[in-house]
Ligand binder design. Structure first.
Ligand SMILES: [Zn+2]
Length: 107
């Protein structure tokens, strides 16, 4: 059992406690929210800007490389510029969904 400092009143409270006995600050809801941001929102946000980066953070190296391989293949396969663009958008959306899927698996 470890003690953690209450973010509201600063009192040391058992990390097993659901809320601070002094001020009633709820620990576990905050904990879950923070874990959610770290494990879900952040990788997805990285993936939003840099495809595969979210997967890389999660340690899924194949998943990190896959969008680039698929994008390369799509550019080779499609002659029409609009089709290339559509394929790249589809890959981007798929790997964003994949970032969320990885998070669900690790939870
Ligand atoms: Zn407190």
């Amino acid at each position: 059992m470890a003690l953690s400092e209450c973010p509201d009143c600063g009192r040391l409270v058992s990390d097993q406690a659901d809320s601070c006995p002094s001020c009633g600050y709820p620990f576990h809801t905050i904990d879950t929210k923070e874990r959610d941001v770290a494990g879900h929102g952040v990788p997805a946000l990285f993936s939003f800007f840099v495809p595969g980066l979210g997967q890389l953070i999660k340690g899924d190296y194949l998943g990190a490389v896959a969008p680039y391989v698929l994008a390369y293949l799509a550019i080779q396969i499609f002659n029409n510029l609009f089709h290339k663009f559509l394929a790249l958008v589809a890959i981007w959306v798929l790997q964003l969904v994949d970032t969320y899927r990885i998070k669900r698996k690790t939870n």
